[in-house]
Write a protein that binds this ligand. Structure first.
Ligand SMILES: [Zn+2]
Length: 700
């Protein structure tokens, strides 16, 4: 037995403390001995720490190397982390993992001392979250195009919640529990719940969704989808229960947690073609193409004061009456639709027309594309002029002063060329219009055949009309090709037009090749900034000036025209940007905001008419001119609030979810599981999911 004496201070009283001499290393002794030894050391520590044992122990631990300390704590299972229940389920849905992948992840986490809920618990939580949102799926007959482009009927899967009302109410209840309900500082009346119904086709399926607008960040909840195209007949087949669900919701009074009663106000949103289909009008190609009023297509381009005196607003009641007339007097013959204000089918939903949101995103994209294409066309024309001049310059004629020839004769020689360009463009526009008409007629034909609501003779007439238009289209295409060849018009970008691509690239903007080279919302947003407009509209002018000053023989008209293009397009795009800023957001709007938007829209449309008097005046321009201010004044929000945004991004999300359900062989069960996974993902009770990435700020 040995006694150690601590000589801390010579004058301090000494304390004796017993420490038994060890014969075996600590790792080999019995539990009892180990405990005794630890107690001995504890006594020693108590004595030498002056009562502050914890502090003393911490100092001792600091002497142990970090890695050794970590190993010791792990060995003692003191580093165990327990993740709350439900969080693994959230991670599973956010990461699109299958159950077996989740099990693997769980094993890996466990090996690293992280514990989470069991699979039984995950499944129980998922079951509780979906208890009120039962999903049903089945095979339904949809019309599809086969490999030869022929229409045929095929059984395809469709999935939907059994009750839209139950799903919306459950969503509201859960949002209320999370404290996520809001009336946007009184912008929504306190006894109303606003729900937006929206739909879109993408990623090979047609989806119906809702957004509860009384939430801080409204989420898009898909409640029904089917795997077929969005033709009128397919939507009728696939949307079976939705109209009834909407009616049920309209009549529901919901008791808020604070005891107030709230009624539902429903809005509808989608792209223009879909809205036309929902409400049974023939669409953008009809004689009366507008969903909101009965304006004629031929007078849309005129300023309001020059149009017919009385243009009635469309209402559900008028649509019903006109459809009734179309069937009774018009015998349901689509060729006669113009006599019935282009109403050709019953309205699928009873959401009033003034609650159908103007498709703001598509208005923006359509109009921006139109302006951009026009700019590109004008630069192509200038490029053609440059090309023609080049050819003339290289003509080997030593006796002629080339500069003189070009200055005098090229101007003269360019006239037939410019005429050819213009002629070809007009033909191309005609071809485009016919293509749209053919598409519409084909849809009508399929509809008529499926529902046999017209006689055989009338179906044959539509068929003949399609054939006639096809022939006309082909003749026009041949003609356009000939004109272009005659005038040596090239379709590839020349030195000026290709500069546009450089500006887009610099700003990381890409036109989507699969959508006919059109832009997407975020890109238009970037391109409507002041400096982007200046870059885009001035770049060709700068290039033209270089060409003309650095090379001999080019007429000054190239520079003057390029300058004119810069001025005109800068003006029209800036005016459009001001409108866009005013209507596209999702915030409440004051009276001043609305007045400013009204002024901006007027200047934009007036300038459009002034600069492009012969350009077609699309329905999107009419929506902007006649109905945008009307809408924002009625509902007090920017169009982004009620619009069709949100549904398009669900297509990508569903494609991801399908990765985790692709192992299910039966397509009906697979679609059901896909929809259920989506519902879990967007549930307000979804906790502990994968955080959204931090937005990266690109410098442009
Ligand atoms: Zn209208």
């Amino acid at each position: 037995m040995v006694y150690i004496i601590s000589f801390l201070q010579i004058l301090q009283p000494l304390t004796f403390c017993r420490v038994t001499t060890a014969r075996k290393p600590a790792s080999e002794v019995s539990d009892r001995t180990a405990r005794r030894r630890a107690q001995e050391l504890q006594t020693a520590r108590r004595l030498s720490s002056g009562g502050d044992v914890q502090h003393q122990l911490a100092r001792e631990l600091q002497l142990v190397p970090r890695e050794t300390l970590k190993e010791m704590l792990q060995h003692l299972k003191l580093t165990l982390i327990r993740i709350p229940d439900g969080h693994l389920l959230s991670a599973k849905t956010d990461l699109n993992m299958t159950w077996s992948q989740t099990r693997e992840l769980k094993r890996w986490l466990k090996a690293n001392n992280i514990q989470c809920e069991s699979e039984i618990t995950s499944r129980r939580i998922a079951g509780a979250m979906l208890a009120e949102q039962e999903v049903q799926s089945e095979l339904l007959p949809f019309t599809v195009k086969d490999a030869d482009g022929c229409r045929t009927v095929e059984l395809r899967p469709a999935a939907a919640v059994t009750s839209l009302k139950a799903t919306v109410l459950d969503y509201l209840k859960r949002s209320a529990e999370e404290g996520d309900l809001t009336w946007h500082d009184g912008a929504i009346p306190e006894n109303e719940i606003w729900v937006k119904i929206l739909a879109d086709h993408g990623g090979e399926s047609f989806k119906n969704a809702f957004q509860v607008l009384n939430t801080k960040h409204p989420k898009t909840v898909v409640f029904s989808l089917f795997r077929a195209k969005d033709t009128r007949e397919n939507i009728m087949t696939g949307n079976g229960q939705i109209a009834a669900g909407i009616e049920e919701l309209k009549d529901t009074v919901w008791k808020l947690p604070d005891g107030r009663d709230a009624r539902f106000r429903l809005f509808a949103a989608g792209d223009y073609a879909l809205l036309s289909t929902w409400y049974g009008i023939s669409g953008a190609c009809g004689v009366r193409p507008c969903l909101y009023c009965e304006v004629k297509k031929v007078s849309m381009h005129l300023p309001k004061e020059d149009r017919e005196l009385l243009i009635l607003k469309r209402t559900l009641e008028r649509l019903d009456m006109q459809y009734h007339d179309f069937m009774e007097r018009g015998k349901g013959n689509r060729q006669e639709a113009k006599h019935y204000k282009n109403v050709i089918a019953p309205a699928m939903f009873r959401i009033p027309i003034d609650q159908v949101c103007i498709p703001g995103l598509h208005v923006t994209l359509g109009l921006y594309n139109k302006l951009y294409d026009r700019l590109e066309h004008e630069l192509n024309d200038l490029d053609a002029i440059i090309a023609t001049n080049l050819v003339r310059r290289v003509l080997p004629d030593p006796d002629v002063d080339q500069a003189q020839v070009l200055h005098h004769h090229s101007m003269h020689g360019l006239i037939p060329y410019v005429v050819a360009v213009e002629e070809a463009r007009q033909i191309d526009e005609e071809v485009e219009a016919i293509k749209e008409e053919i598409d519409e007629l084909e849809n009508n034909l399929a509809w008529a055949m499926l529902y046999a609501d017209t006689d055989v003779a009338s179906i044959m007439r539509v068929k003949e009309e399609v054939d006639r238009l096809m022939e006309k289209k082909e003749t026009l295409e041949r003609k356009s090709k000939k004109v272009k060849e005659k005038g040596k018009v090239t379709t590839t970008n020349g030195p000026l037009a290709k500069r546009l691509d450089e500006v887009l690239q610099k700003r990381r903007v890409q036109r989507q090749a699969y959508q006919g080279k059109s832009f997407i919302g975020n890109h238009v947003h970037a391109m409507l900034k002041e400096d982007a407009i200046e870059d885009l509209t001035s770049i060709a002018k700068v290039a033209a000036e270089e060409i003309v000053t650095e090379m001999e023989g080019f007429p000054l008209i190239i520079v003057t025209k390029a300058q004119q293009i810069h001025l005109n397009f800068k003006r029209i795009m800036s005016l459009f940007a001001a409108c866009y800023k005013g209507y596209s957001h999702a915030n409440p709007m004051s009276e001043d905001d609305i007045l400013a938007l009204d002024r901006n829209i007027r200047s934009f449309i007036d300038t459009f008419r002034e600069l492009f008097p012969t350009m077609t005046f699309p329905i999107k321009l009419h929506l902007l001119e006649d109905h945008m201010v009307e809408w924002v004044s009625r509902w007090g929000f920017g169009i982004g609030f009620h619009g069709e945004q949100g549904i398009e991004s669900t297509h990508a999300a569903f494609n991801q979810i399908q990765r985790s359900t692709s192992g299910i062989a039966d397509p009906v069960r697979r679609l059901k599981a896909t929809l259920e996974n989506h519902l879990l993902r967007v549930s307000p009770s979804h906790h502990g999911g994968v955080p959204a990435p931090k937005p990266r700020n690109f410098k442009v």
